[in-house]
Design a protein around this ligand. Structure first.
Ligand code: SF4
Length: 227
């Protein structure tokens, strides 16, 4: 039977999307000037966290000079500063700063799973690429058997999770993405919380403020305490 370790190995060696694989390798070779002395990861980026996590966080895709450089989801870029900062503040991470896949940060009762595992140009995967990567997303979600709360970052993550629920035979009528939306079900399904993605596009423009962001994690913590 597949386990998370085997799944991780398959993700890292995947070559299914030529456009994304070429882009990731090119970025890893050309590099950003400030990272010129670093060796970029340049491979698909697997999920990260506690295999027995009750909180599952769904992101979109690795950042070209973030996870595609460091080899760990949300690590090494501005989005990651927001995410790991909040995870630490609310007791889900041992440290507030994530710098590299080999740093000592551990997630506690939390796991991060992206919809697409390779950094896309302009942070925009195509529909076909999302579809190609979907089996990894689905398999990982199924393996995370202790999940009690799912936090979807952005509409694409939300809609993909909705599709997952539908495929698993659940009624998804009425589930609509909005920042702060929260859906609870009977005990067989984890609660679903939606948030704007902590991308620079949202955080630099004030669409997502620190207060709004922390309110999401406060709600997540309360839901976990209740369930
Ligand atoms: S995006 Fe997913 S399916 Fe496509 S190459 Fe990367 S890991 Fe494979």
């Amino acid at each position: 039977m597949t386990n998370l370790h085997e799944l991780t190995e398959r993700i890292i060696s995947c070559e299914a999307c030529p456009r994304l694989r070429e882009w990731c390798e090119e970025v890893a070779e050309v590099k950003k000037a400030k990272y010129k002395d670093e060796t970029y990861w340049g491979r698909p980026v697997p999920g990260f966290g506690d295999p027995n996590a009750r909180l599952i966080i769904l992101g979109l895709a690795p950042g070209a000079h973030g996870a595609n450089r460091t080899g760990r989801v949300f690590t090494g870029d501005e989005s990651g500063k927001w995410l790991y900062g909040a995870l630490h503040e609310f007791g889900f991470a041992t440290e507030a700063a994530a710098t590299h896949r080999d740093d000592s940060l551990q997630l506690v009762d939390a796991y991060i799973n992206n919809i697409v595992r390779c950094a896309p140009p302009q942070n925009k995967p195509t529909t076909g690429e999302i579809k190609a990567c979907r089996p990894f997303f689905t398999e990982e979600l199924r393996l995370l058997a202790d999940k009690r709360v799912v936090l979807a970052l952005g509409k694409i993550a939300f809609d993909n999770y909705k599709k997952f629920l539908q495929e698993e035979g659940h009624d998804v009528k009425g589930l609509t993405f909005a920042h702060g939306a929260c859906y609870t079900f009977d005990d067989s399904l984890p609660a679903l919380v939606a948030s704007y993605h902590p991308s620079q596009q949202n955080t630099y423009t004030g669409k997502l403020t620190q207060a709004m962001w922390y309110e999401i994690f406060q709600r997540v913590r309360e839901l976990l305490d209740e369930r």
